[in-house]
Ligand binder design. Structure first.
Ligand SMILES: NC(=O)c1ccc[n+]([C@@H]2O[C@H](COP(=O)([O-])OP(=O)(O)OC[C@H]3O[C@@H](n4cnc5c(N)ncnc54)[C@H](OP(=O)(O)O)[C@@H]3O)[C@@H](O)[C@H]2O)c1
Length: 282
């Protein structure tokens, strides 16, 4: 039995869908069933359920808001993850923890390796890294999977925002000097299912293949949907946000490939399939 937290979020939803598709016994839960910040509740729940693996997709993900809500972000991403990791240890379950490109500072222009220099620029990035440390401190049987620029059916994401604004506006300013890889949850979910059944523990990066800027991503969204909205590329310095984001979010997938996990498809193809999936919603 595999327990998936954050089932109402983007990734958790598709992970449960993929496990069901593969007829793997699983249970998806969210805050209503279990608040991960409640240590005793997490213990009781996981000990009673006795899963062989927990895929921990629940998180505080509001990157800008986190700069003002430090405590709640810390509580969910660090204490919550620690609670899950400790409970996993008690039942000898493996844990798959989802982390982020925002643990890096984005210096340079080459892809970060899994053991690259950690230096988060934001509260969110710091808490996600501290979450990684809690997993490592408490468990031997763990996967830490850093992902980036996530889009899925459930919840809000950049693609949905662009579709909405693209219908309302003739042009949009979008940053062109943050480079990374969009990641479609439906492409990520099969890798996580594979990990849940593997013992090749460690730290991995998993994103769709190829790199682009947010402006290039936005341009592709408009092109593929035929929306008549011009994308004006602007530097990050002209687009102020509360949280500082890394300019170079390129992640190396070397360890994923070397350990026999499939690389994800190109991001443009992923976007094409995603736009089909959400057709009718927009
Ligand atoms: N989104 C991205 O671009 C991105 C990029 C890199 C890494 N990641 C990581 O990828 C993972 C999945 O992200 P996502 O985009 O799928 O996140 P998401 O859509 O924001 O979903 C997160 C889920 O966690 C739940 N949650 C929050 N606090 C909780 C608590 N105290 N107890 C139990 N559940 C709680 C949320 O419930 P409520 O909505 O009810 O609060 C939500 O359903 C996260 O670890 C995230 O840090 C995401």
């Amino acid at each position: 039995m595999i327990l998936v937290t954050g089932v109402n979020g983007q990734l958790g939803f598709d992970v449960v869908k993929e496990l069901n598709k593969r007829s793997i016994d699983c249970l998806g839960i969210d805050k209503k069933e279990l608040d991960i910040t409640d240590e005793n509740a997490v213990d009781d729940y996981i000990i009673k359920l006795n899963p062989e693996c927990v895929i921990h997709c629940a998180a505080y993900t509001a990157v800008d808001k986190a700069e003002e809500e430090r405590e709640i972000c810390y509580k969910i991403n660090v204490n919550g993850t620690e609670n899950v990791a400790k409970a996993c240890r008690k039942v000898n379950a493996k844990m798959i923890y989802i982390s982020t490109d925002y643990v890096f500072d984005g210096k340079g222009d080459i892809p970060f390796e899994v053991d690259g220099n950690i230096n988060p620029l934001s509260v969110y990035g710091k808490t996600k890294y501290e979450g990684e440390l809690k997993v490592k401190e408490n468990l031997n049987k763990y996967f830490i999977v850093r992902v980036s620029w996530v889009f899925g059916l459930n919840g809000n994401n950049f693609v949905k925002t662009m579709l909405k604004l693209g219908k309302e506006k003739e042009s949009l300013n979008v940053v062109c000097d943050q480079i990374g890889s969009p990641t479609y949850t439906a492409d990520l979910a099969p890798i996580l299912c594979h990990m849940a059944q593997s013992e090749k523990y460690g730290v991995y990066h998993a994103t769709n293949e190829g790199f682009c800027s947010w402006a290039e991503f936005a341009t592709e969204i408009m092109k593929k949907t035929g929306l008549n909205c011009r994308i004006n590329p602007i530097p990050t310095s002209e687009y102020k946000t509360k949280a500082i984001r890394p300019l170079n979010s390129r992640l190396s997938k070397r360890s994923l490939e070397e350990d026999g996990f499939d690389l994800l498809p190109r991001w443009e193809k992923a976007l094409e399939r995603y736009l089909k999936e959400i057709r009718g919603l927009f």
